[in-house]
Write a protein that binds this ligand. Structure first.
Ligand code: SF4
Length: 387
């Protein structure tokens, strides 16, 4: 039997083990039997990250949890939360003859407003415009250096992806004809927003890869300011199960704190070099999240001295201010509620009807990290009836 005190180090060497998983599930059930004597309602644990939602759904983790332990999705999918305005701007530039580079999962991201009949970069490409899907920013930089035409890169991403932009700039790998639509976002402010505005969250499974860059310390506010247990976890099924057990143990002990389960990668300080690069090129600004609205100090924007890399500055595009921002989901899409854990994908009337992975109507159905896409492809709780 795995002892509770060993939980945080278990996955250093073992990632997938059925026997071990069974023991941890038993531990979760034991904790729950004791927790439910103290807690009157269900325990709602937020999978902050889309990759955690993937692991939970793909491996049917919900189906082995006690009925009172509910796992909900969080806003940790960068494609899902990229405001529609950025997609519309990228499509407009493509139509105007600019070469637009995008990651594969942003390619089909549907905008609210169609530009010349194109609602996505995929539509723009079908209309003959120069939209290129790349695996990395470096691929875009290399390609743009070859053809030398005016080019932009739709730079979505969290703390994990944005250092790659900064690193390429720092190493002089970005040709003068390539600029970025900077849509980088920071995750801790979104977690703060989620626990402040969305009912009771009993615990948060904090993102492991983001914390590899930021350090786990950025999540301290969850237990210290809000009394919410937090565990920085990896993405194997055992990682998620252990995180759930650790959160239940904290609830049981009545001592919310921050723990690192993903200790094979995450430290308290994070990656100092990556953080220094972010600090050098970007400033932290209030920024919009799709389906949610503005969140204070949650976005990255180029510092003034690097504004020649900012596509909006170069092409004279003005971003909507907080006052001008409008709800940016199509009618009927409830992605905003899904990514804040207050609704399940299957609560949406469009789910697997008007909105499918092949015909995404809303942003959460596009990326492999989007909750609706994950539920559509794998079933919400490990129980086929859910879908
Ligand atoms: S199923 Fe589609 S329309 Fe409904 S919330 Fe998800 S992405 Fe939006």
């Amino acid at each position: 039997m795995a002892h509770a005190k060993d939980l945080r180090t278990l996955t250093k060497s073992v990632f997938r083990d059925g026997v071990l998983a069974g023991e941890i599930v038993k531990m979760i059930n034991d904790y729950w039997e004791q927790v439910k004597l103290k807690e009157t309602s269900v325990v709602k644990i937020m999978n902050f990250c889309g990759t955690h939602e993937y692991a939970s759904t793909h491996y049917g983790i919900r189906s082995v949890l006690p009925p009172g332990v509910e796992l909900v999705a969080g806003p940790g999918c960068p494609v899902c939360i990229t405001p529609s305005f950025y997609v519309e701007a990228a499509v407009k530039l493509a139509i105007e003859g600019v070469t637009v580079y995008t990651y594969g999962d942003s390619y089909k991201l549907p905008a609210v407003k169609a530009v010349d009949g194109c609602r996505s970069l995929s539509d723009a490409r079908m209309m003959g415009h120069d939209v290129r899907v790349v695996y990395s920013f470096l691929d875009a930089a290399r390609d743009a250096a070859t053809h030398k035409k005016p080019s932009v890169f739709l730079a979505v991403g969290f703390e994990t992806t944005c250092p790659a932009y900064a690193s390429a700039i720092s190493n002089n790998l970005v040709p003068p004809n390539l600029t970025l639509i900077m849509a980088g976002r920071l995750t801790p402010p979104a977690a703060k927003y989620s626990v402040e505005r969305v009912g009771k969250v009993s615990g948060v499974i904090a993102p492991g890869h983001v914390s590899t860059i930021t350090g786990a310390g950025v999540w301290r506010f969850l237990p210290e300011e809000y009394g919410v247990p937090a565990v920085v976890a990896g993405f194997e099924p055992l990682d998620v199960l252990i995180a759930i057990a650790l959160i239940l143990r904290q609830i049981l002990e009545g001592e919310p704190r921050l723990e690192i389960e993903y200790s094979r990668t995450v430290t308290w300080e994070g990656n100092r070099k990556a953080k220094a690069l972010l600090e050098r090129y970007f400033e932290v600004v209030d920024a919009a999240w799709r389906g949610i609205g503005f969140i204070e100090r949650s976005g990255l924007a180029f510092r003034e001295e690097y504004s020649d890399l900012d596509a909006f500055r170069v092409y004279g595009i003005r971003e909507p201010s907080r006052e001008e921002w409008r709800h940016d989901l199509l009618p009927g899409c409830i992605c905003g509620q899904v990514i804040l854990g207050s609704a399940k994908p299957s609560d949406c009337k469009m789910f697997m009807k008007a909105c499918t992975p092949g015909t995404p109507y809303g942003p959460c159905m596009v990326s492999t990290e989007g909750a609706c896409s994950i539920w559509a492809r794998m079933g919400g709780s490990g129980v086929v009836l859910e879908v």
